[in-house]
Design a protein around this ligand. Structure first.
Ligand code: OXD
Ligand code: MN
Length: 613
């Protein structure tokens, strides 16, 4: 691998090397070069490689990763350009307990984030990074969140010692020399430093310094902790930037819906991790809808950056360039588009290997687990060991280019993004929250987002199934005090002349036996049709204690696996359930002290009054 633009000043073994990072063919940006020198002096890599984004360089890296076993090449005929990676067994999910927001004042991080004084954290991290790249190559990845050259793009540089990170960042973001060319001499980039170190979970840290525009990640190799463009930059750091610059960075999919008359509508949706966000983003309309001419396209599946357009509407862009989707549960029924997205140029992480034909498998892909499987831990599983342990890790992932998606929207390539007709919030709730309801106005909509709650899934460590409050699905991703974040949402009202309508959905209401009542998947378009018709003012609704509920007959259930009686059941107001919820909301809000916007107190108390009244 070509290593250019640096020189070791002192080559003697066992001595601390001092690096001189010279202007080179990649950049003359002094701020960047000085930072790289600082990192190299600290981490002591044997080699420094600039990632240019050229295919030849990426291919060399793939070959190197194959030679060390970091990647396994999959069947080139069935899965061209695809690889399997297994992460360390102790390193399979985001680690919220070890994720920090380090602001000068503790109150600015707020009660939902871990905090440490920035100087103390820097001291602690310095010790951990010291010599951490000895004998290793340090890769410098220039990347852009958003389209390079767009006024809405944000640039970052990730320094890492992992080829897996380079190759995943190449799929998830726009990388390479074009970013450095556009950055020029500017210091306006996020500094991201990642070192695998020895993957010690007790010394694992994912740390954000929003005021310094920097991120430091150590002792992990798992995607969400190490692909620093994603959750770290595009949500935690970007939400802070948005609060300073007057825009919103949200954990939202962006969906395009075209009705039979050719009207296009775009909807952004916030759902907690692994609640079917990717499925909704890639929805395929039910047959009847297809026949009638409905079309659905995907702009993004995880993150939306939302700004006020010159026309007074909210416009959303997807800053990513790929999908980092949860594999288990993805199948021909749940998400055929995602499945075909993974058929080429994809890196699979922690799925099972079908040793017979060198392809991949995960739970609920189909009913035929491979006879000769190697599970996600690398163990042979030929069926002779009866086991209830899954073959693929529940949080196993595919990293695929967005352009692979058959339903990718043309607007995905548009720098200014798409205008929003509606915003939807949603969670996984077996009880209480109805299938869909609409907020009364912007403030009530912000309240509805702020009281989101969901059953915990496997995307983060923690107990699966427990309900937790997850405002706007941003609990693990808000890079500043969530009370201030709510106020920022409330303040947006003044700037948005034509705000989108705000809704809440819950696809997961269950019957007494725990079976889902709503069929979900493609049938969710039936609810989205109602949402669009409401936003266009074409259909009436019932004003209730919690907001506007549909009249059940206004949701089209022709040729749908649900009857009107069941639909009515999940369009109810469960007063007792909501009153219980209110207790929990009050307690949750209480944590924010004087940072809690008065408006939200007013909202919760008036809802309580309506429910009791
Ligand atoms: C994700 C998550 O990986 O939300 O998208 O955990
Ligand atoms: Mn997510």
């Amino acid at each position: 691998m070509q290593a250019t633009g640096y020189m070791e000043l002192n080559k003697e073994e066992n001595k601390v090397k001092k690096y001189e990072i010279k202007e080179n063919e990649h950049t003359s940006n002094r701020i960047l070069l000085d930072w790289i020198k600082e990192v190299a002096d600290l981490t002591q890599p044997k080699n420094i490689v600039w990632i240019t984004g050229e295919e030849e360089q990426l291919e060399e890296l793939r070959q190197e990763a194959l030679s060390t076993g970091e990647l396994i090449k999959l069947n080139e005929e069935k899965l061209p350009g695809c690889y399997l990676h297994r992460s360390h067994k102790n390193d399979v999910a985001r680690v919220e307990g070890r994720t920090f927001i380090c602001t000068t004042k503790k109150g600015d991080a707020g009660p939902t984030n871990n905090w440490m004084d920035p100087d103390k954290m820097h001291d602690k991290l310095e010790k951990l990074y010291k010599d951490s790249m000895k004998g290793k190559t340090m890769y410098i990845i220039p990347f852009s969140m958003g389209i390079v050259g767009s006024p809405f793009a944000k640039y970052g540089i990730e320094i890492t010692d992992s080829i897996y990170v380079v190759l995943n960042m190449n799929i998830m973001t726009r990388i390479g020399s074009k970013v450095l060319d556009d950055l020029g001499e500017s210091g306006d980039f996020t500094k991201g430093l990642h070192a695998q170190a020895d993957l010690n979970p007790d010394e694992r840290y994912i740390v954000h310094f929003p005021e310094e525009n920097s991120i430091m990640s150590i002792n992990s190799g798992y995607g969400g902790n190490v692909l620093l463009g994603k959750k770290c930059l595009s949500l935690r750091i970007a939400s802070y930037m948005g609060s300073q610059e007057g825009w919103l960075a949200e954990h939202m999919l962006i969906l395009g819906v075209e009705d039979p008359e050719g009207n296009k509508h775009y909807i952004a949706g916030a759902f907690p991790s692994a609640c079917g966000k990717t499925n909704l983003a890639m929805l395929i309309p039910p047959e009847g809808y297809q026949k009638d001419g409905w079309k659905v396209s995907c702009v993004g599946d995880d993150i939306a950056w939302i700004r006020v357009g010159e026309d007074g509407r909210l416009w959303a862009t997807n800053p990513e360039n790929g999908f980092f989707g949860v594999a288990p549960g993805t199948n021909e029924k749940s998400n055929p588009n995602a499945l075909s997205t993974t058929k080429k140029d994809t890196i699979f992480t922690n799925v099972a290997l079908n040793a017979d034909d060198n392809t991949v498998w995960w739970e609920k892909l189909d009913k035929n687990p491979p006879k000769n499987a190697v599970d996600w831990t690398g163990k042979k599983r030929d069926g002779s060991i009866p086991s209830d342990e899954p073959l693929a890790h529940p949080n196993s992932r595919f990293t695929s280019p967005a352009v692979n998606c058959p339903s990718i929207s043309r607007a995905f390539h548009s720098p200014e993004g798409v205008p929003l007709t509606a915003i939807i919030f949603g969670g996984r709730r077996a009880k209480t929250a109805p299938l869909v309801y609409q907020s009364k106005d912007w403030e009530h909509g912000v309240f509805v987002g702020s009281i989101m709650a969901s059953e915990q899934t496997a995307a983060a460590d923690g107990k699966v199934g427990v309900i937790r409050r997850d405002p706007m699905a941003m609990l693990p991703f808000c890079g500043y005090n969530m009370g201030d974040y709510w106020q920022h949402w409330l303040n947006m009202k003044e700037k948005v002349e034509n705000p989108p309508a705000i809704f809440n959905v819950n696809w997961f209401r269950a019957d007494e036996d725990g079976n889902f009542i709503w069929p979900g998947f493609g049938d969710n378009l039936r609810v989205i049709e109602w949402i669009i018709r409401r936003a266009r003012g074409e259909v009436d609704a019932k004003l209730t204690e919690i907001g506007y509920l549909p009249f059940p007959t206004d949701i089209n259930i022709d040729a749908c696996d649900i009857d009107l009686e069941k639909l009515e059941k999940i369009l109810d107001v469960d007063k007792d359930g909501w009153l219980e919820d209110i207790e929990d909301i009050r307690e949750f809000y209480g944590k924010f002290g004087d940072r809690l916007p008065n408006e939200l107190v007013r909202q919760v108390e008036s809802m309580a009054k309506r429910l009791k009244g």
